[in-house]
Design a protein around this ligand. Structure first.
Ligand SMILES: [Cu+2]
Length: 113
């Protein structure tokens, strides 16, 4: 009985310790920073447009179907990282603005093996 209680207590910690993370990318000065985000499936990435221009966050490969739509100055866009390959993204209004989402490893919520 005591062991089971301890086990239950230990398991309660797991979702907290292994919870999904939130990453922030600032859009300013015509660039994304950081330029590379390392994330796991289930994590959230928040892009914040602090620039004076409209920008967007769009996957470089059309097949990825990831796009924020245009973000006016001051706007943010939250996006949950799906399982899948890493990918490049850009601002289609200013294609020199490039970023990369490095999708690494299993979801943080998955139980340890
Ligand atoms: Cu832009």
């Amino acid at each position: 009985m005591k062991f089971r209680q301890r086990l239950a207590a230990a398991l309660c910690w797991l979702p907290i310790a292994a919870g999904a993370a939130e990453h922030h990318v600032v859009i300013d000065g015509m660039k994304f920073s950081p330029q590379v985000v390392q994330a796991r499936p289930g994590d959230t990435i928040v892009w914040e447009n602090r620039d004076m221009f409209v920008h967007n966050v769009t996957a470089a490969a059309a097949s990825a179907r990831m796009s924020s739509g245009d973000l006016a100055p001051g706007k943010t866009w939250r996006w949950v990282v799906p399982a899948g390959p890493s990918f490049d993204y850009l601002c289609t209004l200013h294609p020199v603005m490039k970023g990369h989402v490095d999708v690494a490893g299993p979801p943080r919520r998955s139980p340890a093996r």
